[in-house]
Ligand binder design. Structure first.
Ligand code: RNT
Ligand code: ZN
Length: 425
């Protein structure tokens, strides 16, 4: 069922595809070379259902929830790293890993989140160096007793708020240490769950508190070659249905005025609202942004990414506008109902496929048609492009990067499930 096309078929398909794209003025080899230089930041939290290794008895996950109980989830840093390695071995290209503060390694000792230090991430850093990966980072402002009432940086209580401010400051320093150790800029993304389940009376005060708390967090300048700060908005979460303090408008203004990165999560907007349409607007006023590529389904913002129209549109926006240097592409989904490694592989391969399709587009031709007002030909060409043999280029690309083409990777995941995951019980 998941057999790979054989070498001969891949070579033939590639020849055919190269000619088909060349006829439209598209250089397939150049597209693949560009693709190979685009890192995707894989989120470590798909591997353990956003659990972390702190063993806290917190009530909630801050309005985010992985559902399902598929066997074999990673329970130790070593297991999680093994699983990431497995996933990466099935994904073409060089990528990054996105780590949350709750994945600290504290040698069995309790270290409060406001006291975390770079050394608690040494295991990740050493491993990343070995693997040739960059790391991105995140404060964890959820899944903690001090976040149980749904408020962190926007908390009315000075003590609780201070705890989270100190945690976020600690995380920026860890981000910088990671960036330095690996020689690759770390993007540290801040998302907080703060919001009201029911209709609040004072939206303004909470937002003032959050603005001021963020100013405390970002007060110290950090070398931007080591660490870049990003802030992530959300429309609603479980338990914050009526008002999220860190809304899109809030963080748009904040990121712009403080000259930091804005994070656009594809699952954090109204169901018919898309982040692909936001990229070209926000990048007129911001230097760089971070994407959390995800897939919203009704109330859930975190389904596994698939090659759908919006994913393609996101990739098109980045490629057409030559934003590759200004858009950090991160993934953010968690599904505990299917094999977790397969989830990573499916989501990441889909993201890369979307980028490849965008890179294979005769954009100049389409632009010409648009500028001359020939919308008929623009629509016709866009539709014809959809049936070009992109799959043949994808298979060739996979083989050229030493990863399985087609669905052949699935065999390898099933074997790993038998050999490794099953033993975890
Ligand atoms: C939550 C945000 C956030 C988290 C991760 C775990 O809605 O999307 O990015 O998913 O930080
Ligand atoms: Zn996100």
């Amino acid at each position: 069922m998941f057999s790979a096309p054989d070498e001969k078929r891949i070579a033939q398909g590639y020849q055919y595809a190269r000619d088909a794209y060349a006829a439209l003025g598209v250089d397939v080899d150049a597209a693949m070379a560009t693709l190979a230089g685009i890192p995707i930041s894989l989120h470590c939290w798909q591997g353990d259902d956003v659990g972390g290794f702190e063993n806290l008895s917190a009530a909630s996950g801050g309005g985010i929830q992985a559902t399902g109980n598929y066997p074999g989830k990673a329970r130790t840093p070593e297991q999680l790293r093994k699983d990431v390695e497995k996933a990466l071995s099935l994904i073409p290209g060089k990528h990054r890993l996105n780590v949350h503060a709750m994945y600290a390694e504290t040698d069995g000792k309790k270290v409060e989140r406001d006291a975390l230090e770079p050394r608690h991430f040494q295991g990740w850093i050493d491993w990343a160096r070995e693997q040739g990966l960059g790391i991105d980072f995140n404060p964890t402002c959820f899944g903690h007793p001090k976040a149980d009432d749904g408020f962190t940086l926007a908390h009315y209580d000075d003590g609780i708020r201070k705890f989270w401010i100190d945690h976020c400051i600690a995380c920026r320093k860890i981000g910088a240490a990671i960036g330095k150790a690996l020689g690759s800029t770390c993007v540290t993304n801040l998302w907080i769950p703060d919001g009201f389940k029911d209709i609040p009376v004072d939206r303004n005060k909470s937002r003032e508190i959050l603005r001021d708390a963020l100013d405390d967090v970002f007060e110290e300048d950090i070398d931007p070659t080591l660490n870049l700060d990003a802030v992530e908005s959300k429309l609603f979460g479980i338990g914050s249905e009526s008002c999220v303090i860190g809304s899109h408008e809030f963080y748009m203004g904040y990121a712009q005025s403080r000259e930091i990165l804005l994070t656009l999560d594809a699952g954090h907007f109204h169901p018919t609202e898309v982040i692909s349409d936001k990229i070209s607007s926000v990048l007129l006023f911001l230097d760089e942004i971070l994407l959390h590529v995800s897939r919203g389904v009704r109330w859930d913002s975190d389904h596994v990414v698939i090659l759908n129209d919006e994913l393609r549109a996101i990739a098109e926006e980045i490629v057409r506008n030559r934003y590759l240097d200004r858009v950090h592409i991160g993934l953010d989904f968690f599904d505990a109902s299917i094999n977790r490694i397969a989830a990573w592989v499916i989501g990441t391969r889909s993201m890369i496929k979307a980028l490849l399709i965008a890179l294979l587009e005769p954009t100049d031709k389409l632009r010409e048609l648009e500028r001359s007002g020939n919308y008929t030909a623009r629509l016709a060409l866009l539709e014809e492009l959809k049936t070009l043999p992109f799959g043949a280029v994808w298979d060739y690309y996979c083989v050229s990067r030493n990863v399985p083409p087609g669905g052949a990777w699935m065999q390898s995941v099933l074997q790993y499930e038998k050999d490794v995951l099953a033993a975890r019980g």
